[in-house]
Design a protein around this ligand. Structure first.
Ligand SMILES: [Zn+2]
Length: 161
């Protein structure tokens, strides 16, 4: 039987509970709707993901995170194999932290009633991501270790020793 091809979307859905082990990512994954876009926004043709200042329920928070699927496919060379999964966690975790950084900037701007919805720009988003990068790395290492231990246990059973 042929295995169904893994895509960005199926791999992301699989990574959700794992990424949620990092507190900041659990917050963003439960609070924001994830949108899979099939084209990039006109002003950011290379974006892997983006947020806008859209706040439909006017709660001062951003509603959605948009993933730009064609750009992500290109970035990952369409490799969503198990072998590339930890790399996927690292990259997508970083992207989400960066977008969360834009959200924090947006919420601060809103509370201060500034005209620019994102006064901190890219540097604010990067600085936010940097702050949680170590937690992300630790989580990925722990996940990798657990997977290896499970594989070792399976191997033991298989060989009967
Ligand atoms: Zn950005």
């Amino acid at each position: 039987m042929k295995k169904q091809a893994q895509t960005f979307q199926t791999t992301f859905e699989r990574s959700r509970p794992i990424l949620s082990r990092v507190g900041e990512l659990a917050g963003i994954l439960s609070a924001n709707e994830i949108i899979y876009e099939q084209s990039s926004p006109p002003d950011k043709s290379n974006a892997l993901a983006y947020v806008t200042n859209q706040d439909e329920n006017s709660d001062g928070r951003i509603d959605k995170i948009h993933f730009v699927v064609p750009n992500l496919n290109k970035y990952f060379n369409n490799d969503f194999s198990n072998k590339a999964f930890y790399n996927f966690l690292k990259i997508v975790g970083h992207i989400l932290l960066h977008e969360k950084g834009h959200e924090v900037d947006f919420e601060r701007a809103k509370s201060m009633q500034t005209n620019d919805p994102f006064p901190g720009g890219e540097s604010a988003a990067d600085a936010y991501a940097d702050r949680y990068e170590e937690q992300l790395d630790t989580m990925i290492q722990q996940t990798q270790q657990q997977d290896l231990q499970r594989a070792a246990a399976r191997l033991k059973k298989l060989k009967g020793f």
